[in-house]
Design a protein around this ligand. Structure first.
Ligand code: KG4
Ligand code: ZN
Length: 352
């Protein structure tokens, strides 16, 4: 089966066509992503109304390109999938409404996809992974551990109680005067700095839980920067290196604990950790995760970075996994700004 996937929940306008064969193998036939970085750059962050307007302006054209590059006319599709939440509601409405219109006009099934489910199932598209596995999702909006038992079967083991990890990178970058998005800039600066110069806190690390907290760390960074202001380029690099070391410690320690729980609770499964979200691009965190996975005898899977960040292929693939189980959605389904992955309606069957 071949599905169109539409993603408009944040600041990427994306559409892709993905094929799923009878054995469950996936192939990406096209994957078009248009980032809105330039539109939002003057404001230092994503402006929801501007994002929604940009999705309106570009989505039709991007869907046409996805169809042309895949060589699949829209009337030959087997289904239309779109992100129905969670995310910025204006953008989600643009994508979901477009998907409904296409589904109605072409008489194709509609699959309303949870954006987080798209991230959660990507490793099955890229690496043909079998269930169950542990997902670490670290992006600008989310930081969570999710046990993925099957399509629609998700258990959230931990989440952030304040900022998401990507958001913490972005806020630290902003207070140091670095451009947005801050993650890649902080990583670049960290390469030039002394990670031992500042000893930033590792919140919650001593507690026996799998949650994250990054706002205290961000405050510690701000106070340290204020204390030595005005900052030299070396100060900025040292702060970035020390911050990145602190978050790497936090993420790797938590991941080791999450893997230990996986082995305890699923003794018959091969321990597997999948990393997704934009922060998966960070080499220091990736290196730390490789070490703890090796120590735990676990398999570490990091999909290619363009598929870790927001894209249409993950939405098309999650839609294909749902459709293969006979699940579709009615055209009356609503967009949702909030939609936790482990909520009751994620396990829906034949919901239409
Ligand atoms: O998954 P994503 O593209 O968008 C969503 O948030 O859904 O993630 C973007 C986030 C931003 O906060 C960005 O600063 C962060 O991922 N990021 C990084 C790196 N590359 C992107 N954080 C740390 N190191 C990086 N190399
Ligand atoms: Zn995302």
């Amino acid at each position: 089966m071949r599905l169109l996937g539409i993603e408009t929940s944040c600041d990427e306008t994306a559409a892709a066509i993905v094929e799923r064969d009878g054995a469950g193998h996936g192939t990406i036939l096209s994957n078009i992503v248009r980032s809105q970085l330039e539109e939002h750059a003057p404001y230092g962050g994503v402006v929801p109304e501007l994002a929604a307007r940009a999705h309106v302006s570009h989505l039709d054209h991007i869907i046409a390109r996805a169809s042309a590059e895949a060589g699949v006319p829209l009337h030959e599709l087997d289904g239309i999938a779109a992100t129905a939440g969670p995310g910025l509601i204006g953008g989600v409405l643009v994508g979901l409404t477009t998907a409904k219109a296409l589904a109605a006009a072409l008489h194709k099934p509609l699959v309303a996809v949870n954006h987080l489910e798209g991230h959660a199932l990507t490793a099955r598209l890229t690496d043909g992974l079998q269930f169950p596995y542990l997902l670490l999702l670290v992006s600008g909006g989310h930081s969570q551990f999710v046990l993925v038992r099957g399509v629609g079967q998700y258990e959230r083991w931990g989440t952030t109680i304040d900022d998401a990890l990507g958001e913490a990178f972005d806020k630290v970058a902003k207070l140091l005067g670095l451009p947005n998005p801050g993650g890649p800039e902080v990583e670049k600066q960290a390469l030039l700095g002394d990670a031992k110069r500042f000893r930033f806190p590792r919140p919650l690390l001593k507690e026996d839980r799998l949650d994250f907290s990054f706002s205290g760390l961000k405050t510690a960074v701000r106070l340290a920067a204020e204390e030595i202001a005005p900052l030299t380029p070396q100060d900025v690099a040292d702060i970035c290196a020390s911050f990145q070391l602190a978050v790497t410690d936090i993420v790797t320690t938590r991941s080791a604990a999450a893997l230990a729980r996986f082995e305890r609770e699923l003794p018959d499964a091969a321990p597997t950790l999948v990393v997704a979200g934009g922060v998966a691009a960070n080499q220091a965190i990736g290196g730390g995760l490789r070490q703890i996975a090796e120590r735990a005898g676990a398999n570490l899977v990091v999909p290619p970075i363009p598929l870790c960040t927001d894209n249409g292929a993950m939405v098309a693939w999650a839609g294909a996994e749902r459709l293969a189980l006979g699940e579709t959605d009615a055209l009356s389904i609503s967009a949702k700004a909030r939609w936790p992955l482990d909520s009751a309606d994620m396990g829906r069957r034949n919901a239409a």
